[in-house]
Write a protein that binds this ligand. Sequence first.
Ligand code: PLP
Length: 384
Amino acid sequence: MKKIQMVDLKGQYEGIKKEVNDSIAEILDSSAFINGPHVHAFQKELETYLGVKHVIPCANGTDALQICMMGLGLQPGDEVITADFTFAATVEVIALLNLTPVLVDVDPDTFNIDVAAIEQAITPKTRAIVPVHLFGQCADMDAIMGLAKKHNLYVIEDNAQAIGANYTSRDGSKQKAGTIGHVASTSFFPSKNLGCYGDGGAIFTNDDDLAHTIRGMVNHGMYKRYYHDVVGVNSRLDSIQAAVLRAKLPHLDIYNEKRRQAARKYSAAFVGQPNIMVPKTVNGCQGICDVCDCHVFHQYTLKISNGKRDALVQHLNDNNVPCGVYYPVPLHQQKAYKDDRYNGADFPVTNQLVGEVISLPMHTELDDEQISFITDLVIDFVNA
Ligand SMILES: *Cc1c(COP(=O)(O)O)cnc(C)c1O
């Protein structure tokens, strides 16, 4: 059996080696390292893929989030609501801009932000909601957009983990993750579903004015060279990363389908296991039906309900199966973000999830032998 990896970037590279190498060689020859033609071409190709008016490439997904908030003109003291169960980047940029983070609990089945908890957290100071499309599927965007409209709030989608996922609204219309809110951020960190070979990120929006503001902000607040109209940042996608992304974008749907296939096989093997909860999709289809395209499985995350999660992590590692605990600490308990405003009792789901979740290897190169080996190990151990 091939060695099992959490993410197999090398295996994926083998399949696109010529495209990537040729593209990079072209950039080395042209010396257009920053904002070269590949960056512009990638921007256009991603706009077409997503069906969104504007893609603004930038240096990484964390910058993308920060620039979204700057572009919307959020001011110190404004409250921004986001999930307690996510990667820290979301709350980090809120804090960096001296905005006030307001963390709320998540849904136990989808791991995404709990809409009822958002509604309870809204105050006259609330300006924005940041749903994180965690592990590869959208938060309940119909409900979130409804709340935003009612309370006149901005919605910033953190789409770092769900690029390519579809969201089906209650009225049956379909949109790509990251094109539903007022603005969205994504990351092209190598292990993301669309990853480059270094750092990279982008912002998406359908709002022409906001896109214009943001295009200047990512480049020192310049709209005309050496004329600085607003305080900006230096956050650009370099041409070599754009070239890698151009080679990979045409494969994104296939890559995501491969992840779904692996997820279906995992979930099928765990059917009927009382202590192993498989990830659920928003449509309630369990993510294992053949037609579901709402989940792109950035992570395949189980809940182990009989207290054996930590021992299972050890057992898998002992058997050379990598795994991850995303995330081990609720944000409201992280040293950097602790605050007397938070009451632990308001986060029952997150507090429980941090002790139960385990993410199994998930990437485009997993084969049946590896998946059976992993599922057998998990089932035997959890039931023993
Ligand atoms: C990866 C990630 C980010 C940050 O992206 P970087 O490119 O690493 O800065 C932000 N939010 C979420 C949910 C992520 O998974």
